[in-house]
Write a protein that binds this ligand. Sequence first.
Ligand SMILES: [Zn+2]
Length: 440
Amino acid sequence: MTNPDQPQSKEPGQQVLERLRDLERRPVEALVLYQARRLETLLRHARQTVPFYKDRLDAVFDADGTLDLSRWQDVPVLARQEAQEHAEHLKATMIPADAGNALPDRTMGSGGSPFHFIRSLAAVAADAGNTLRIYLDHGFDLNARLCDIRLDVSGNSSWPEGSTRKAWTHGEGTGDYALLDINTDTDKQVEWLLRCQPRSLFTWATNARRIALELERTGRSLPLTSIATSAEPCSQAVHDDLRRVFGLDPVDILGAREIGIVAFPCNHSPLHHFAAESAFLEVITDEGKPAGPGETGRIVATGFYNFHMPFIRYDLGDYVTLSDRPCGCGRSLPAISKIHGRARARFSTAGGRKIFPDVPEAELDAVMKPCAWQIAQTGIGALEIRVDGLDLRQVEAQRPRLAEILETGLDEPVSFTIVEKSLQPGPGRRKHESFRNEIG
Ligand SMILES: [Zn+2]
């Protein structure tokens, strides 16, 4: 039977969007009820048809099959590595008709080997609606070209041509869509962009920054009216450079290929909202408890519409701080005040805490060349500053200034060495990490 609340596999983005517009402004209680219904459908399906979940969801089911979501916290969190190892058992043996076809996809898994997974077309349709909401809310010109520079696993979007499609993913507007694999040198990306003349650019946050700096360095420009970023933390330094070069603020989107869009920036405030109509998104502290308003934790996601390969309590590893006040825009979707990045971007203090460093990147840039440094924590109170393409003696001469910046941002004294290391993105590109905890 078709569920009127569920994105249908062949539904255009516009129709999904209308449902999102309705859901996002329902009272919180109605949203919670909606989520509970979506969860119930998914959990029953997973328990009956997905071998991996046969017993794993027992905590929330009574002996007579009654679902009790008050015990939801007892359902084990699914780590990425675990999902990758059990990929075959995560596949459903039967699929509801309105889930649509299976779409194979893959992402870079842990340890550098690709994680092959499946998404239902219904989940992709939900994502198209979410994407359209973001583009419309933030004034993207859907009738002009969008250039997207991301990891292209198909191998069909290499420089110099990249690949083009007639329409953006949500199918609205008359603008076309051009894709280039991010494993392309920055100067070649810029050359491609100058040929494509897009109005909108979508790429990883530090890649957008590299493009901006390369355009600035070579005295060229692009007629951009919108920039969307994802995949990496969109730091203040990224914001500052994009604003200076393009006069634009990036629209920073948090997502995961296995789940889809997770959080999007509000168009009325500096907060982000969870895309809570398409996934059940929890924020849990390191103690495993739900984070409250103003608290920081990592996101655990359950996508509602992937019936081919359900990800239930899937640990995304991204840390966020929940807003301590509701957003003034009228949406009842949970609000996030800060997106921090992955666990590995946390600094281990001498007191045993883990904190996201509040180190001003722009000040470090002033000492070291932009995008050509990385700070690694190698022990308690010990850092390694890696620089690329700079005279080490020049950086050494700035040691007192570096110490001052680091100790202010980390709130405790640290010792550090300065070493030369290649930080240029090469083939098999990984996400850039300004700060990286490497304590074994
Ligand atoms: Zn808002």
